[in-house]
Design a binder for this molecule. Structure first.
Ligand code: ZN
Length: 274
């Protein structure tokens, strides 16, 4: 695991996500922090004078008035989400020249994105600060596979379940797939009052061993994911089923219903068995 100092990071010509992660690891090592990583300590190390909760449309923004730097976070977000946002804004400060633009309004996501390189790198920094590789990799080596571990990780690191799931995909010692599903309609059915909302994929992210899983893919009524939606704590050997066109046998799934913001949401972790 490479560590970079902020000084060295700011001298890189073309920093990439791995450099951002190494710098986040360097900051945590230099400050001697252990999980849950304290947002205020990291922010003040980066010369942020204050963090304020506000009513915002975006999840957060960084305000530089020429002298002081402050971070604003959306008051209606829960603490785990706010922690991700604060670390995302902190990562903007890693980059030289951030202060030349007076305001960054950004909507940190817990999914790595491809649309905006800088925003994606700041999401990477947020994950690395919130769920540091050094600690989480060691925890996952000792832990059982499944949703119980996902919940423990979220609690230990004070991270959201979704941010924890994505990080488990990055750091678990086995090929993992994390799928978030919600009861929803397809975009083409949005105005069709007769269309029944079904349990459909919202996001899916796995190690490179897994096939592509399209957004809005629905599951059948006899699938383990549908049983999870009905309240069953699912943990069994199965196939990837209809989530992918590719037939993937011999996988282990752990899934639970965890409602969020009034949506019926199912979280599922898969791993391939040798
Ligand atoms: Zn941003």
């Amino acid at each position: 695991m490479k560590q970079l100092s902020l000084f060295d990071f700011q001298r890189l010509r073309n920093p990439g996500p791995a450099d951002v992660a190494a710098t986040a690891d360097g900051v945590i090592a230099e400050l001697g922090l252990t999980p849950p990583i304290d947002t205020k300590t990291v922010a003040s190390y980066l010369d942020v004078s204050r963090i304020r909760e506000m009513e915002l449309e975006a999840a957060g923004c960084l305000i530089c008035d020429g002298r002081d730097v402050s971070i604003h976070v959306r008051a209606s977000d829960g603490e785990p989400r706010q922690r991700f946002t604060i670390f995302h804004e902190c990562t903007h400060i890693f980059f030289r020249g951030f202060e030349k633009q007076p305001q960054y309004r950004c909507n940190p996501s817990v999914m790595p994105r491809r649309d905006d390189h800088l925003e994606a790198m700041c999401d990477q920094g947020a994950s690395s600060l919130l769920l540091p590789e050094k600690y989480l990799r060691a925890d996952l080596l000792e832990a059982d596979f499944g949703m119980g571990t996902l919940k423990d990780v979220a609690e230990t690191y004070q991270a959201s379940l979704e941010a924890s799931g994505h990080r488990i995909v990055d750091l678990a010692p086995y090929p993992t797939l994390f799928v978030v599903l919600e009861v929803r309609k397809k975009p083409s059915e949005r105005h069709n009052l007769h269309a029944e909302p079904k349990l459909r994929v919202r996001t899916a992210r796995g190690t490179p061993d897994w096939p592509y899983i399209p957004e809005y893919k629905s599951v059948s009524v006899d699938s383990p994911l549908e049983r999870a939606l009905q309240g069953e704590i699912v943990h069994e050997r199965t196939t990837l089923g209809e989530l992918s066109r590719e037939y993937v046998p011999n996988v282990e799934v752990s899934a639970r219903v965890v409602p969020y913001n009034g949506h019926m949401r199912v979280l599922a972790l898969y791993r391939r068995n040798p």
